[in-house]
Design a protein around this ligand. Sequence first.
Ligand SMILES: *Cc1c(COP(=O)(O)O)cnc(C)c1O
Length: 353
Amino acid sequence: MKLFIPGPTYVSQEVREAQAAEMIGHRSQDFVQLFNGIQSKLRSVFQTENRVYVAAASGTGLWEGAMRNVVGERMLICVCGAFGKRWVDVAASNGVAHDVLEVEWGEANQAAQVEKALNTQSYDVLAVVHNETSTGVENPVADILAKAKAVQPDLITMVDAVSSAAGADIRTDEWGIDILVASSQKCFALPPGLAFAVVSDRALDRASKVPNRGWYFDFLLMEKYLLRDMTPATPAVSLLYALDHELDLILSEGIPERFARHARMAEMTQAWAVDRMALFAQEGYRSKTVTTVTNTRQIDVSALNSYLKTQGMQLVNGYGPLKDRTFRIGHMGEIQPEDVETLLAHIDTFLAR
Ligand SMILES: *Cc1c(COP(=O)(O)O)cnc(C)c1O
């Protein structure tokens, strides 16, 4: 079954089998070696010199943890869809003071609006979603962060790259991302259960001044253990085997090649969608990893999915309030352009029935 849903994505058989390796103790030398190797490979994928925390959680857990680590006073949250909205809920439920900069869903957050907000109020953290999986929008993160840091140089920047890291070209260090969060079950093409946070020295320094960071995701504690190639609590060892194996596949494909493959799949899917129906995301800001199609033909998505299932494929309807207005095609991870071609041909067959 090929999953064209924006997480969890298709996991190759060899990666599924890698999880079956014999268990090791997480304080053993074998573990240290495994975790150390994973670190350097992850730094290549994230295009960073910074540390990468790996937690047994989904991305949301580490994102919530990140907020608790770095917000001392007040944060600004950019919203352009359902995941940005989730980060507002997470801030509210943690008692984190925040303001929201929301644009119409389907549009991208813009640097000029962020700049204006930062000129009127002081913040210690700016959060933005790189790839808004509900609307299929890719935000201009490089531009937003550059302009934001020009106004408030001490800002800590948090970027949700859950559905784009390892699929789209994200220059973590070059763009000045202090905390980048990702999950295993999207472009990494792994089973769910691992979360990643790339964390800068500046973010770590900020954390040292923030009280009540919690325990499980306390960056200072995670750092202390990472220096010994370990985690504070029991790691998901089997998933780390899978990660290690997948990272080898990613590196052997080549990082620029992987990004190019995702861009090609996005082009194919989006050209198809424009021809048959319409795209929900604003032109110029369309995701490389997921396409949100406006269902202008009112096709019955669950009937479409039942048909696709007989062909070994699945896509998914819209997210949250967009449930009935859109459907989504994920083209990420180990999905190949040939798979996309096959999927689109099957949808055409369904449409012609
Ligand atoms: C999937 C997703 C999340 C949630 O990640 P989990 O790993 O399910 O916690 C957050 N943000 C975006 C943009 C996503 O696509």
